[in-house]
Design a protein. Structure first.
Length: 110
């Protein structure tokens, strides 16, 4: 709490005017302190607004990344299915090639 400091007395002051001067000085100091506190409050509110904005941007970025991951997982599933199909076809072709090679060997042995 701010303590009021009395101004230097000019000559002799009456009790009432001295008290009034002390009160005016105290009010002045309180006004200055209040102005500083309001300035700090405004600064903190501004920073809080910035933090809220950063939080919203971070949440938006997080959602974008989640959407991208979902899209990539779906694409991975499609690619995996195509790979499995290609593996089956390759196996079938290899089996047919082996069968043709076997028939060719049998024909050459005749």
């Amino acid at each position: 709490m701010v303590k009021a400091r009395p101004k230097k007395a000019k000559q002799k002051q009456t009790g009432a005017s001295y008290k009034q001067e002390l009160l005016m000085d105290a009010v002045s100091q309180l006004s200055k302190e209040l102005a500083k506190l309001r300035e700090r409050k405004d600064d903190l509110e501004r920073k809080l607004g910035e933090f809220r904005g950063e939080a919203v941007r971070a949440q938006n970025k997080e959602q974008q990344l989640r959407d991208e991951i979902s899209r990539l997982v779906a694409k991975e599933g499609i690619i995996s299915q195509k790979k499995d199909e290609a593996d089956r076809k390759l196996k079938s072709v290899k089996e047919k090639l082996a069968e043709v090679a076997k028939i060719k060997d049998e024909l050459q042995n005749l």
